[in-house]
Design a protein around this ligand. Structure first.
Ligand code: 5RP
Length: 233
């Protein structure tokens, strides 16, 4: 079992009967869906799920998990997802999968938001290893690019995986990848992006995570808003 799988199994053990669980997107979220589906099948866990992307909806359905549409949901018990970067104060950078609107909606709708990572995701500052993904209205991308450049950011329009077209989110947005001055704090960048016309959503998740499960060398460390919990194997 690798570290991502281990944190996913650990988190799935904490899900209880009656919960409505938000499913994230990415390789770690996939391990969580597998672990949850296994508990659902073997222990007859009474849960419902809602997905942050078409790809995890398909996975959840084919794994036998009961799935609600996003439109049916106003509040969820817990959202469980991976992240690309996590700082010590549990600020996250997400968005390599580009579906930021659904991901942030579910993270904010959760009474809890559990973040599943391995140690490679822990960083000193947001933007250390990845650019900040920014979903923009397609007709607004040049204006947003200019505004970001005026903040001193280096900005690229994201290409699709095949490199023969543009990356498009399930909401129909284009994606700008922006590298900011490391002196700018995540809060400053977050506040500027939140107020910039043409931006639909962005990958800085500030003040949303309630617990971070980090896998390293066969152990899982759990940090929550109330502090660090003991390691478990
Ligand atoms: C998708 C995300 C993912 O959670 C993030 O990219 C981590 O992915 P992985 O679990 O595959 O390392 O934010 O938009």
């Amino acid at each position: 079992m690798n570290d991502k799988q281990r944190v996913a199994v650990q988190a799935a053990k904490l899900v209880r009967d009656g919960m409505l669980v938000g499913l994230g997107t990415g390789s770690t979220a996939n391990y969580f869906i597998d672990a949850l589906a296994q508990r659902h099948a073997e222990e007859h866990l009474q849960i419902q799920t809602v997905s942050s992307s078409v790809v995890s909806a398909i996975k959840a359905q084919s794994s036998g998990l009961p799935l609600l549409a996003l439109e049916q949901v106003s509040r969820i018990d817990v959202y469980v997802d991976g992240a690309d970067e996590v700082t010590a104060d549990m600020t996250l950078l997400k968005g390599r999968g580009a579906d930021l609107v659904r991901e942030k909606l579910l993270a904010a709708a959760g009474r809890e938001f559990w973040v599943l990572i391995d140690q490679s995701k822990q960083v000193e500052h947001i933007g250390q290893n990845f650019p900040v993904a920014i979903e923009v209205m397609p007709f607004a991308w040049r204006m947003v690019q200019r505004s970001l450049s005026e903040m001193g950011a280096a900005v690229k329009l994201r290409a699709n995986a095949g490199g023969d077209g543009l990356a498009v989110s399930s909401y129909g947005s284009l994606i700008l990848d922006a590298v900011f001055d490391p002196e700018l704090s995540a809060r400053d960048i977050n506040d500027r992006l939140n107020g910039m016309p043409g931006i639909v959503e962005h990958g800085i998740f500030l003040g949303l995570a309630t617990a971070v499960f980090c896998g390293h060398a066969g152990k899982v460390t759990q940090q929550s808003v109330s502090g660090f919990l003991p390691e478990s194997g």
